[in-house]
Design a protein around this ligand. Structure first.
Ligand code: ATP
Ligand code: MG
Length: 317
């Protein structure tokens, strides 16, 4: 496995919005992380990128093992070398990654100069190649434009080119298309999937869109209130969902148009993260709830085919 996350707990002071998260991903694979707003998807991504300290958080427990390197507790200088190099992040809003005052081409060059040690000329040639790879028309012209001169979809392609410029092995894409039009979303997702497969990269794709998951991911981790409540191969998630939350998510996908199948709300509310119910965090909304669910926190039990489910009543259905 290229990346293995085990027992990850992310804390802010005494409060841990991410707890006991575990999954792994290999080269050439796309792992989808899905879950309602506030379920801890972005914090998990931020933890993998080694950026928690910037937002006042820390890794309280667990391991993040990247190609044999333990990232939790790695000194900042070493993290900085990995970040934008072997591990790259793509975020939802291109303007968090782009400098509005700088032409886009040189912004792509930066990662190649920093992480691959290329000189200005070589970095530019590489950036133009990456831009062509991302099907940006007329790369030499676009290279000299400023972000505000580009459409949202083109800006996001530039951000992806920046992420690729350092020659990463792992891409962490946190809702990379959420801010874009539906048709543009589909193009960008397609480009990302092609890249991952062609270059044998690994990608963590965080999304609200179960349709995108069905079409692109090899494996899926479903998060609820800071925990992975189910994880499996993509087919198993859709054909044999075992956690009542996953089952509800899949029931909520509009049948006729999977590509637009964004996640629909499930009855009830996600509990306030600072004020979790005792026992299983899904118990207030669960159709299968029993006494034990109020006292015991279910751990992820993994069965054949690496299908894991965190439900004390998984066999009751
Ligand atoms: N900087 C922070 N300080 C304290 N708590 C935070 C911080 N960032 C996030 N949290 C808490 O962690 C929870 C999970 O946040 P996170 O951003 O990971 O959710 P998410 O699954 O990415 O949601 P969304 O789908 O809306 O992006 C939030 O509900 C919030 O309570
Ligand atoms: Mg998020």
């Amino acid at each position: 496995m290229l990346l293995t996350v085990e027992g990850l707990e992310v804390g802010f002071g005494a409060f841990s919005p991410v707890d006991d998260v575990a999954f792994s991903i290999d080269r050439g694979e796309i792992l989808g992380i899905v879950g309602e707003s506030g379920s801890g998807k972005s914090l998990t991504a931020i933890a993998i990128m080694g950026l928690l300290s910037r937002i006042g958080g820390r890794i309280v427990a667990g391991r993040i093992c990247f190609d044999g390197i333990e990232l939790a507790g790695l000194p900042e200088a070493k993290l900085r070398r990995l970040r934008g190099g072997r591990i790259a992040l793509i975020t939802q809003n291109p303007m968090t990654s782009l400098d509005g005052m700088m032409r886009v081409g040189p912004q792509i060059d930066q990662a190649a100069r920093l992480h691959l040690g290329l000189d200005r000329r070589a970095a530019r040639a590489r950036s133009l190649e990456l831009m062509a790879d991302l099907r940006i028309p007329d790369p030499a012209r676009v290279y000299d434009l400023y972000p505000h001169q580009l459409s949202g979809g083109m800006k996001q392609r530039i951000v992806i080119a920046m992420a690729l410029a350092g020659d990463p092995e792992l891409l962490v894409a946190d809702e990379p298309t959420t801010a874009l039009d539906v048709t543009v979303q589909a193009q960008i997702v397609q480009i990302l999937v092609e890249l991952v497969k062609r270059r044998g990269l690994a990608m963590i794709l965080i999304t609200h869109d179960m349709g995108v998951v069905a079409q692109t991911c090899d494996r899926v981790a479903v998060m609820y209130c800071g925990r992975v409540i189910e994880r499996a191969q993509v087919n198993a998630i859709f054909e044999d969902p075992r956690h009542p939350y996953t089952q509800a998510l899949i029931r909520c996908i509009p049948r006729r148009d999977m590509t637009r199948g964004s996640m629909q709300p499930i009855p009830g509310m996600v509990p306030n993260v600072a004020n979790q119910p005792a026992g299983c965090r899904f118990n207030p909304r669960c159709p299968r709830v029993a006494d034990i669910c109020h006292t015991e926190i279910p751990g992820l039990r993994v069965s054949a085919g690496d299908h894991g489910v965190a439900c004390l009543r998984a066999d009751a259905a």
